[in-house]
Design a protein around this ligand. Structure first.
Ligand SMILES: Cc1cc2nc3c(=O)[nH]c(=O)nc-3n(C[C@H](O)[C@H](O)[C@H](O)COP(=O)(O)OP(=O)(O)OC[C@H]3O[C@@H](n4cnc5c(N)ncnc54)[C@H](O)[C@@H]3O)c2cc1C
Length: 423
């Protein structure tokens, strides 16, 4: 995404952040906050002031008794494991990559997989927010609880997250097992298997007979591990999974009839050798080939209907995919705009190589998601309007009410969010 903000501020202290924010508000200048800029939607676009918290990073407080850790908002997720290591703590769950900032991941409802685990927003027990009027508020379940419920998936419109308090868990290991299985068998018992596993997900090219099922199993921190070999890391992950996969995607983008061959080759590469390691090294994998993505959250109970319907919609659309679907789950959380707010969730993500058009694919799959009360990931492509979102989020109007209360002039609303939220 390319845009030209009028100015960029990189405050190194909370006071500098408040000064930059209030000065912009007094000038009548719009403000957006950027994390790592890894969202597919134009959430951070502004022609006003762009604030980056890249200089506000690291741990500010640890409570060893509760496992609660307060991190400055700009902290990159990839740095958190090393910051928590001295306390023997770890993040309870993680998504596919760790390039995001913690505030950015929280603000869009970023998640991993596992019906017993929430995404990042569900781990948050407190937020420190800088508001355009110069106030700095701490909020939690007991302090400004409405603001807390709203700002845990706040899209950057409920103040700048200065710091995030997260409930962490004792450090643990994960064992990763990837298997190729007939898709019909996977569809038949995925939900039961997901409940029995710690973290289960699958990748699948619609219209093909087999899926790659990835299962992560938690173990104690001192369990013996078998880290990924250098060969697997360099050859399977980097050369096959990224370099060669990118070249095949580029070829299929120019010659679409190659797509079935790319799918066949890629599905063979997807199931890697098993390995085990510290949790943060197992949750994430490098994703270097650029893609478009939409991801919708549906009630977990809809799983058995949604996935076959998505397959039918994609096959009927004639769109040739060279990226697999990714299907994950989540526990419910009690945020207002979390994609898993109030319901156990199945996530279905649809990707396409970045040089190929995404609109026809989006148009094919969105009606399926709509029919199952699907909520789009805030950071991924979708075409919903404020009216659609108000139906899918029971607390949508409450969110807007709280937003208006803390930022009546809409300093933190860019044009995209103004329209998205129907302000
Ligand atoms: C390759 C790739 C893989 C991904 N994998 C996953 C995945 O596994 N699971 C998943 O759920 N998502 C995934 N995503 C989506 C991604 O996690 C989200 O879009 C996330 O928000 C990006 O974090 P960021 O730090 O880049 O935030 P940005 O994209 O920079 O910002 C996102 C939002 O957060 C706000 N924000 C940022 N910092 C602050 C702050 N300090 N205070 C207030 N608001 C703030 C911004 O204003 C904006 O509204 C993936 C994206 C990519 C590109």
């Amino acid at each position: 995404m390319r845009f030209r903000p009028a100015a960029v501020a990189r405050p190194g202290t909370e006071a500098e952040l408040v000064a930059a924010l209030t000065a912009a508000a007094e000038r009548g200048q719009g403000v957006r906050v950027i994390g790592a800029g890894h969202s597919f939607t134009p959430l951070i676009r502004t022609d006003g002031l762009l604030i980056s918290l890249d200089r506000l990073t690291g741990v500010s407080r640890v409570d060893p008794a509760t496992g609660e850790v307060t991190l400055w908002g700009g902290t990159r997720i990839r740095d958190i494991a090393a910051l928590l290591a001295p306390w023997g703590l770890a993040l309870p769950n993680m998504g596919d990559i760790d390039a995001q900032s913690i505030a950015g991941a929280v603000s869009t409802g970023t998640h991993g997989t596992g019906p017993a685990y929430t995404g990042y927003s569900g781990m948050v027990t407190g937020l420190r927010l800088a508001l355009p009027d110069g106030r700095v508020l701490d909020c939690s379940a007991t302090e400004h609880p409405d603001l807390f419920a709203a700002a845990r998936v706040g899209l950057g419109v409920l103040g700048v997250i200065v710091a995030v308090r997260l409930r962490c868990v004792p450090a643990f290991t994960l064992t990763c097992r990837e298997t190729t299985e007939p898709i019909r068998a996977v569809l038949a018992d995925f939900v039961d298997r997901a409940r029995a596993a710690d973290h289960l997900e699958f990748f699948w090219f619609p219209g093909t007979p087999r899926a790659t099922v990835k299962q992560l199993t938690r173990g104690p921190a001192d369990a013996p591990t078998r880290p990924m070999t250098r060969f697997d890391r360099v050859v399977n992950r980097e050369l096959l999974g990224n370099v060669a996969f990118g070249a095949l995607d580029a070829a299929a983008a120019s010659v679409p009839r190659l797509a079935p061959a790319v799918r066949a080759v890629a599905s063979r590469w997807m199931a890697g050798a098993g390995f085990s390691d510290a949790s943060h090294r197992v949750y994430v994998a490098p994703r270097r080939v650029r893609f478009h993505e939409t991801e919708y959250a549906m009630p977990l109970a809809a799983f058995a209907e949604v996935v076959p319907e998505v397959e039918r919609a994609i096959v009927a659309s004639g769109q040739q995919l060279t990226f697999p679907l990714e299907v994950r789950t989540s526990a419910a959380d009690d945020t207002w705009l979390g994609t898993a707010a109030g319901r156990e969730t199945v996530y279905v993500a649809v990707h396409r190589y970045h040089r190929e058009p995404f609109a026809p694919l989006l148009a094919a799959v969105e009606p399926v998601f709509a029919a199952h009360a699907g909520r789009p990931h805030w950071g991924k492509e979708h075409s919903l309007t404020a009216d659609d979102l108000a139906v899918r989020y029971p607390r949508f109007d409450d969110f807007n009410r709280v937003r208006h209360g803390i930022d009546p002039d809409g300093v933190l609303l860019g044009p995209y969010l103004r329209e998205l939220l129907g302000v």
